[in-house]
Design a protein around this ligand. Structure first.
Ligand code: ASP
Ligand code: MG
Length: 419
């Protein structure tokens, strides 16, 4: 009998009717003979409210108390789902992170899971009881509640699946992973399969369906992840023997993908800001002088471009940082002005990062140049570029985000054929 971890996001458990709908999905899998554990998010909006309350109490609040407050949402949804299942005649019990226990680091607000003692959960599974585990939370070595960062219940689910040697179904409010945001490109289509690596790039480049860390974990522990919609009617999903995966998108090993496209998806992020440090001496140590204060301030730098003046003496250094960290970045550079010796600092948040992602880039030439040509044909200027083995990202004026996405989607042949 196979083990299954089912994860339900905030919208899926948004009210009592939806929780009953979730219970019906769980019951379907129990009736099909699976050993099931469930991980839930807080009801939609709850975590935001709790975060706001913390900030209202004191914007410089103690992070340990923040964690104990914001973790409360999942305690409620897990208990409600346990009651709904019991009412349907399914044996169920709710568990908070510390009760499992899910042991984490002490980085409050962005803790990482270190270890899960899954023996108790496994025994209950074998016994036919469904464990409903509060996502997003764990317990530190100091015995305090810690949370895993926003969106962290995806990571709780994958970690539980790894610890239980189970597969993992992530139920959300979309029916899978798309080639790009269907709200922007109406020809976007759902992918049946996507490799861990591509999903990892897509998640970290702005596709919001899974928390990045959860994909990292799934890749390391080889947990098959199925992303699917909780709004599919629970009784309407065929449970075909030999095809356990049902509808949605399977995130899996590259080898399991038969017809691999060169480019699988296009993502965008408007959460970037651009900083230019103008007129610095082009000499050894200058990059270190610029980026050391940023790293000390905890600002993560992404794209970097350097232009050198024709006489080779001076350079302009341009880079991107998360928009939320822009003030901190500028402040730390201003403070180091005497070391860096720059003329001026310029910055703007009116930029967007557009990325094309695909494992096919490893073996196919011309993917990046097609991107540049397509943008040029639409008169979109590229302000910075960064690449990895399987992605190319460009920074453009935010006003052209939609145009860039749509034209790239067409250029890479991703538009769904219309009947
Ligand atoms: N409830 C948490 C959040 O809103 C965790 C999650 O939903 O995954 O970020
Ligand atoms: Mg989520």
């Amino acid at each position: 009998m196979s083990r299954l971890v089912m994860k339900f996001g905030g919208t899926s458990v948004g009210d009592m009717d939806r929780i009953r709908n979730v219970a019906a999905h769980v019951k379907r899998e129990v009736d099909a003979g699976h050993h099931v554990a469930v991980v839930v998010s807080a009801m939609a909006g709850t975590t935001d409210n709790l975060v706001n309350l913390c900030n209202e109490a004191d914007p410089r609040h103690d992070r340990r108390e923040y964690d104990s407050i914001v973790a409360a949402g999942e305690q409620i949804s897990s208990g409600l789902l346990a009651i709904a299942l019991q009412k349907m005649g399914v044996k169920a019990r709710s568990w908070t992170g510390w009760q499992v226990p899910i042991k984490t680091t002490s980085d409050h607000g962005s803790a990482r899971i270190e270890e899960i003692d899954a023996d108790n959960m496994a025994a209950r599974m074998e016994d036919g009881e469904v464990s409903i585990i509060a996502g997003f939370q764990g317990v530190t070595a100091e015995n305090r509640i810690a949370t895993l960062g926003r969106g962290g219940s995806d990571t709780s689910a994958v970690a539980m699946a790894a610890a239980l040697d189970a597969r993992c179904d992530i139920y959300t409010d979309v029916d899978g992973v798309y080639t790009t945001d269907p709200r922007i490109a109406k020809h976007a289509h759902k992918l049946d399969r996507i490799s861990y690596e591509e999903m990892l790039e897509m998640a970290s480049l702005g596709a919001k369906v899974l928390q990045t860390r959860s994909v990292e974990l799934a890749m390391v522990y080889k947990v098959p992840l199925q992303v699917r919609s909780s709004f599919d009617p629970p009784d309407n999903i065929p449970n075909v023997p030999g095809n356990n995966f049902g509808p949605g998108t399977l995130v899996c090993d590259e080898e399991l993908i038969v017809e691999q496209q060169v480019v699988s998806g296009i993502t965008y992020s408007r959460d970037e800001a651009k900083v230019s440090v103008r007129h610095v001496l082009d000499k050894p140590g200058i990059s270190a002088a610029i980026f050391a204060p940023l790293s000390k301030a905890g600002v993560v730098v992404d794209m970097i471009v350097q232009n050198v003046s024709p006489d080779g003496k001076y350079a302009n250094v341009t880079f991107t940082v998360p928009a939320k960290d822009l003030d901190r970045a500028v402040e730390s550079l201003e403070q180091s002005k005497d070391d860096i010796e720059f003329d001026t600092l310029e910055h703007s948040s009116n930029v967007a990062k557009i990325s094309v992602v695909g494992v096919g880039m490893r073996s196919h030439a011309g993917v990046a140049s097609k991107m540049f040509e397509t943008l040029a044909a639409h008169n979109i200027n590229i302000q910075a570029i960064s690449t990895s083995e399987i992605k190319t990202s460009v920074l453009i004026d935010e006003d052209y985000t939609e145009l860039a996405i749509r034209s790239l989607h067409t250029a890479y042949g991703l538009d769904e054929e219309q009947e």
